[in-house]
Design a protein around this ligand. Structure first.
Ligand code: C5P
Length: 244
């Protein structure tokens, strides 16, 4: 049976709040629980790099979810800057192509060779956004086939480019592990503990089901951040996961 600490380290709490003050309030409630934190576009564009540096000073592991997608040279520069912040994980769109993904890895190397004391971040790919339906995929984006085929194609491309894994719905974890190997990481949102509101997610699993599928990390936002008692919500997820 895993310790509560080992379980907490695999839970990424999505700080989907508008202002750093909201995030700080939430963190004061979760104080002492060694969970990972995800900072996305909304909070990052409002709070800036200083906020990331503050989280790192407090000892948190940070997933910076900015979904880079640009020409290789620009992504290389962005990955360099992101790595210098000391983040533990960030992501790029696989749709940018293998050269763009390789450029992200080059940006990391540039940062690591220029600045001592920072660690190599995990880089993961966004395959198809979970908001993309088959109709949108086929008739708007112009990719034939179904969403799962496209997800597996992009996961493979990311692996060939040298990335560490993908963000994926819990329903595709097993297929990705089968295609890309068990060491290729799956970071899995769409998690809903029993009894919590589903909201706009529709391809969901419970924390326990997602880990049983082979998820390496689970991402949980609103079931924790909008709970009356966020600490109790996170602790009860950890407790459930620690039980056989
Ligand atoms: O509140 P909830 O648990 O639904 O939050 C899930 C988090 O994971 C959000 O930050 C959302 O943007 C992110 N995410 C997702 N589906 C993806 C990629 C990221 O829900 N395919």
């Amino acid at each position: 049976m895993k310790s509560h600490t080992a379980i907490a380290e695999k839970i990424i709490v999505a700080l989907d709040v508008p202002h750093p003050s909201d995030a700080k309030k939430l963190l004061s409630e979760l104080k002492g629980i060694p969970c990972y934190l995800k900072v996305g576009m909304q909070l990052f564009y409002a709070s800036g790099p200083q906020f990331i540096l503050m989280l790192k000073e407090q000892g948190y592991r940070v997933f910076l979810d900015l979904k880079l997608h640009d020409i290789p040279n620009t992504v290389k520069g962005a990955a360099d800057s992101i790595t210098r912040l000391g983040v533990d994980m960030f992501n790029v769109h696989a749709a940018g192509g293998s050269r763009m993904m390789e450029a992200a890895l080059e940006g990391i190397d540039t940062a690591l060779s220029a600045r001592v004391g920072i660690q190599r971040p995990i880089v993961i790919a966004v395959t198809q956004l979970t908001s993309t339906s088959q109709i949108v995929l086929n008739s708007e984006i112009g990719i034939p086939g179904n969403v799962e085929e496209s997800v597996l194609h992009y996961a493979n491309l990311a692996k060939q480019a040298g990335l560490n894994g993908v963000v994926t719905s819990p329903l595709e974890v097993a297929a990705i592990k089968q295609t890309c190997g068990s060491s290729f990481l799956t970071i899995v949102p769409g998690i809903r503990p029993h009894g919590s509101a589903i909201g706009d997610q529709f391809r969901i699993m419970s924390p326990k089901q997602a880990f049983a599928q082979g998820a390496d990390y689970i991402v949980i936002g609103r079931p924790i951040t909008t709970a009356d008692n966020p600490r109790q919500a996170l602790e009860s997820i950890i407790k459930e996961l620690s039980e056989p």
